[in-house]
Design a protein around this ligand. Structure first.
Ligand code: MTE
Length: 325
């Protein structure tokens, strides 16, 4: 990845506490609404009692009614909250690992709109709380393997991406899904420089996007998503390098043609469209055979498809994964 200096930031660019608290209120009612819909209870009838019950969490607001998932890892220890929220890649807020935790506070995540468009019968512009209506939040403990050869284990809270995609009724022409991050020079100090082509864009093939392991995440460690980790809603595709897991999504577009993701556009020889974790295909500038788990001393071996081969290898039957990196 490219390493450039983060520009200076003025203290006036950091969001005040009020905005943050409003967002928590919203997130809390969204999850309550989702839970009520899932259980068949009336949303309004369930809201106030559940709001009373929503407990504060150590760092933000606790997400209610989060179900355990059989798709979570059970044998690897999650990284700590501090590791997950202070060692980040979010170039919109600077290119070094600490900048997102310092500067992403400026991002205004309420209200938040997600547009769904392109090759589908039901395009729509959703307020986030409407997008979340009817979904059941799950804890998904996944490995995250960055293309830079570091990794973590993160207990995300989210729901299958397929639920949102199905709702839009994609047409027969929808072969791919493109995702865009917000582009807001007022709050995102990183986008004021042409470090990448903005907005940050990613894409998946339709069958990848519909896979049960692909989720939209709205939190971690049972709390609402910290801004530096991609609040209020981001993609998680655990068998692919971390840069596919695009943060702070504002647009989802069904396309007939393969989208050009930002990193491929920047350096096609180094970053491809598929970017499946693959220890047998090195990055031109470093090995991908091993990785540094944040918090560990010794490097560990990188696993094919980041350890999710049993679930996802069949998506790529017959494909040359050295060419389609
Ligand atoms: N999404 C956006 N919009 N901008 C980014 O710079 N970085 C990616 C991905 N999503 C990035 C992004 C990379 S390289 C990684 S490894 C993961 O986010 C890191 O997620 P984390 O900071 O929550 O660990």
């Amino acid at each position: 990845m490219l390493i450039k200096q983060a520009p200076d930031i003025r203290s006036s660019e950091i969001t005040d506490k009020k905005l943050y608290v409003n967002r928590r209120e919203f997130m809390r009612s969204a999850t309550v609404a989702a839970a009520a819909a899932a259980t068949g209870a009336g949303v309004l009838a369930g809201t106030s009692a559940s709001l009373e019950a929503a407990a504060p969490a150590p760092h933000g607001r606790k997400l209610e009614n989060v179900q355990k998932s059989p798709l979570s890892l059970t044998d690897e220890k999650p990284n700590s909250w501090d590791q997950i929220t202070t060692y980040n890649n979010f170039y919109e807020f600077g290119t070094d690992k600490e900048s997102p935790s310092l500067y992403a506070k400026a991002l205004k995540t309420e209200p938040w709109k997600v547009v769904i468009e392109g090759e589908c019968a039901k395009p729509a512009a959703y307020q986030l709380e409407d997008l979340l209506k009817g979904v059941t939040l799950e804890e998904r403990i996944y490995r995250l393997r960055c293309v830079e050869a570091w990794s973590m284990v993160i207990p995300w809270v989210g729901f299958p991406l397929s639920e949102v995609l199905k709702r839009a009724e994609p047409t027969g022409k929808a072969k791919f899904v493109q995702f865009d991050t917000a582009f807001d020079p007022a709050s995102m100090i990183g986008v004021r420089q042409p470090v990448l082509r903005w907005p940050y864009t990613e894409g998946l093939r339709m069958d990848e996007a519909m896979h049960p392991l692909a989720i939209l995440a709205v939190g971690l460690y049972g709390e609402e998503m910290p801004k530096q980790d991609g609040a209020p809603i981001r993609l998680i595709v655990p068998w692919k390098y971390g840069f596919k897991s695009i943060k702070s999504i504002v647009k989802i577009r069904f396309t007939e043609r393969q989208p050009l993701n930002t990193w491929q556009e920047m350096q096609a020889g180094e970053y491809g469209f598929y970017s499946n974790v693959n220890p047998t295909v090195d990055h031109p500038r470093w090995t991908q055979a091993s990785e540094r788990r944040i918090g560990e001393f010794f490097r560990r071996k990188t696993l094919m498809f980041n350890g999710y081969a049993d679930q996802v290898a069949s998506l790529y039957t017959g494909m040359d994964l050295k060419k389609n990196y």
